[in-house]
Write a protein that binds this ligand. Structure first.
Ligand code: HEC
Ligand code: HEC
Length: 97
């Protein structure tokens, strides 16, 4: 009986440890953020950067704004304010209504 209890405790602890590990890892790396793994410069100016991503998937309202709004950055206005500052003229694809 004693042995069984020890094993059960061990299993409980390793499950807890695994859970903690998963939580820690997912805090550091948000798998749904498409631009955590590229440098800022590449993401802004690179040939496969955010402009390419947007023009390719054509759905920034679905793939970008939700998260940006959740993070307090804002939706299309956030994109546009930087484009204005950088002096680039961009037609961001609009959500069909
Ligand atoms: C899961 C969350 C998430 C998603 C999805 C997301 N973003 Fe972001 N984005 C962020 C956060 C957080 C920041 C601000 C912090 C940073 O610079 O990484 C940001 C910043 C940016 C910036 C400014 C980068 C800088 O360093 O100043 C651009 C450009 C951008 N996002 C474009 C996009 C585009 C385009 C999409 C969709 C294809 C997208 N994002 C989807 C979270 C997200
Ligand atoms: C921190 C500044 C910044 C933010 C934020 C930003 N952009 Fe841009 N964007 C740029 C710059 C600069 C360019 C010009 C491309 C270059 O310099 O290579 C650009 C270009 C683009 C282009 C055109 C790409 C091409 O090849 O014609 C699209 C589309 C675009 N951005 C969409 C977005 C969307 C959608 C968001 C918000 C989710 C966003 N951008 C947020 C700076 C930004």
């Amino acid at each position: 009986m004693e042995r069984k209890r020890v094993i059960r405790t061990l299993i409980t602890f390793s499950l807890l440890a695994a859970l903690v590990a998963v939580i820690v890892v997912s805090q550091n790396r948000d798998p749904s953020n498409p631009h955590t793994s590229v440098s800022k410069d590449t993401w802004i100016h690179g040939p496969k950067g955010h402009g390419y991503a947007v023009l390719n998937n054509q759905q920034p309202w679905k793939q970008c704004y939700t998260c940006h709004e959740k993070k307090g950055l804002g939706g299309e206005a956030y994109c546009q304010s930087c484009h204005d500052q950088s002096g680039v003229k961009v037609d961001i694809p609009k959500k069909p209504s």
